[in-house]
Design a protein around this ligand. Structure first.
Ligand code: TMP
Length: 222
């Protein structure tokens, strides 16, 4: 079974993905907990470049590869979509391998994120997004997607709190509320179009309650 978790920043996906993986393991199932962008070292490096271009630039300068000037050019939406797709193309064969071995794969974000962030929020046209998705996923679709829905205001507050205690704060977290509203609307539109695969859950409720609901839902599908 291939499970994905989606949602705007601060929805609590990563916490819930980890709890779900723990419960699945405790019930005797083999689990691969992974994420996008990431899941393999190379895809992780693409993640760093996509989310923290400035830091990547400093690292590249260390090996004499960065251009000399200190200004960072803005990353174009299409570049962002292509980088994410490259990371996905690198990751998907590993997901397939784990699925073939009988593991439950729990993935923190997947192709729906590109539709919501680069498509709905950044404005890359949906035909391009769909074409990139076909190439990068080679047709691998999640069996179930849990969309953790929360208001952008609450999401941003949670993210800020977490970053104050060492949590990641990246280029996309720093986008304004209007951006996060477009991401959320994009996700909800996807859920409305595919209600059987994408389940919308209220992420404003206590994490424990949400974890229980997720567990019951996944058990029923298994
Ligand atoms: P995270 O917050 O789940 O760690 O994800 C990292 C960031 O990457 C998050 O801001 C959303 C962004 N992202 C996209 O914009 N498009 C994508 O396709 C994926 C997988 C992530």
């Amino acid at each position: 079974m291939f499970l994905t978790l989606e949602g705007i920043e601060g929805a609590g996906k990563s916490t819930q993905a980890a709890r779900l993986a723990e419960r699945l393991r405790a019930s005797g199932r083999a689990v691969w907990l992974t994420r996008e962008p990431g899941g393999t070292p190379l895809a992780g490096a693409i993640r760093a470049l996509m989310l923290h271009p400035e830091a990547s630039r400093v690292a590249l300068a260390g090996v004499g590869l960065a251009p000399g000037d200190t200004l960072v050019e803005p990353m174009l939406p299409l570049t962002e979509a292509l980088l994410l797709s490259a990371a996905r193309a690198q990751h998907v064969p590993y997901v397939r391998e784990h699925l073939a071995a009988g593991d439950v794969v729990v993935c923190d974000r997947y192709a729906d994120a590109t539709r919501a962030y680069q498509g709905a929020a950044r404005g890359v046209d949906m035909q391009t997004i769909a074409a990139l998705e076909d190439v990068a996923t080679d047709g691998l679709r999640p069996d179930l997607t849990l969309l953790l829905d929360i208001s952008p205001e609450s999401g941003q507050m949670r993210k800020l709190d977490a970053s104050a205690t060492g949590g990641e704060w990246n280029r996309l977290d720093a986008e304004d509320l209007a951006f996060h509203r477009r991401v959320r609307a994009g996700y909800l539109e996807l859920a409305a179009a595919e209600p059987k695969r994408i389940l919308v859950l209220d992420a404003a409720q206590p994490a424990e309650t949400l974890a229980d609901i997720i567990w019951e839902t996944v058990l029923a599908r298994l």
